[in-house]
Design a protein around this ligand. Sequence first.
Ligand code: NAP
Length: 326
Amino acid sequence: MNIGIVGATGLVGKALIHELEKFPHALRLFHSGCSSETNSSGRRIDPIDRLQEGALDVVFFATPPQVSAEWIPTLLEKTSAFIVDGSSAFRQKDHVPLVIPEINGSLITSTTRQVSSPNCTTTLALMALAPLHRYAYLESFTLNSYQAASGAGRDGVRMLTEQYAAWSRGESIPIDTVFHRPLLFNAIPQIGGFNASGNTEEEEKVLQESRKILNLPQLLTFSTCVRIPALQCHSLSISATFKKPISVQEAYDLLKQTSGVKVYGDNLYPDVYSANSNSYCHVGRIRTNPTVPNTLSFWVVGNQILKGAATNMRQILDYKLKTLAD
Ligand SMILES: NC(=O)c1ccc[n+]([C@@H]2O[C@H](COP(=O)([O-])OP(=O)(O)OC[C@H]3O[C@@H](n4cnc5c(N)ncnc54)[C@H](OP(=O)(O)O)[C@@H]3O)[C@@H](O)[C@H]2O)c1
């Protein structure tokens, strides 16, 4: 099988190369053609203009949404490739399944040509919420996130490390063109632009994508997404209200049985170091929240580049291959 990765020089693209290395696939890598990087892990990287030359069976897009929006329709029309898009370009299109395989992988069939992988914060939240929803019926949730610099791609990481280097040398912290304020030693309650209701793009994605993935058009969410100076992994504080009562022990037991989730009891809890080098969604500090009936609160941490993007995208391909084999 010939697999292409577009955006192979970025954080998600590089993680995807690693995810796919275990499999005997022929990988072809692409980038904008503008950056100076022309090889990754010893592999050649071609400019995106050459995408249609190779007879690719599968193409992963780990690119900004405008690049996915420009190239995916052409590929669908001119080739027979199966396409997995990590960007937001097509996530809200009715004809494009938005898939977390553990939750709604059955939307992928043998004839599906294009699948979108969800927003990273939404993916981590729903990995914990979906098993509880199946038991107790989710009505609403509030989410406060503490999101790493790498959520803004390699420029976000570069910006934070440059700020730290400048501070270490005793220099003033450079003006930040990615986060628009110094991220170092800061917490910035804005990820993406604001809409008319005062919510940011990231907060709106949590609402819209949760509704689509859980197939709950009436679901209410209220989020405050905050960028913090962690390098990798997003942490989330979630309070979820259910139709049915659900106890802490029941939630613990349900999450313990859930593939892809690691749950912590007895006042133990995960942090960035628990999640940094694996694809689990880590859940701890499950408590009854007495301020609203039938409400549980918990703490979630996950590697947003792995389960929030590259691992989820590779799992989408695994699911597709399974439908073809069945
Ligand atoms: N980072 C995360 O935590 C995360 C999580 C979930 C989803 N996502 C989504 O995944 C996508 C990639 O994110 P990232 O963090 O990997 O970004 P990134 O580190 O900034 O990498 C962007 C990649 O896109 C390529 N690219 C940019 N413009 C291009 C063009 N005109 N034609 C072809 N390739 C182009 C870049 O290639 P060059 O080297 O040539 O510039 C680079 O390989 C984005 O849509 C993002 O929203 C990211």
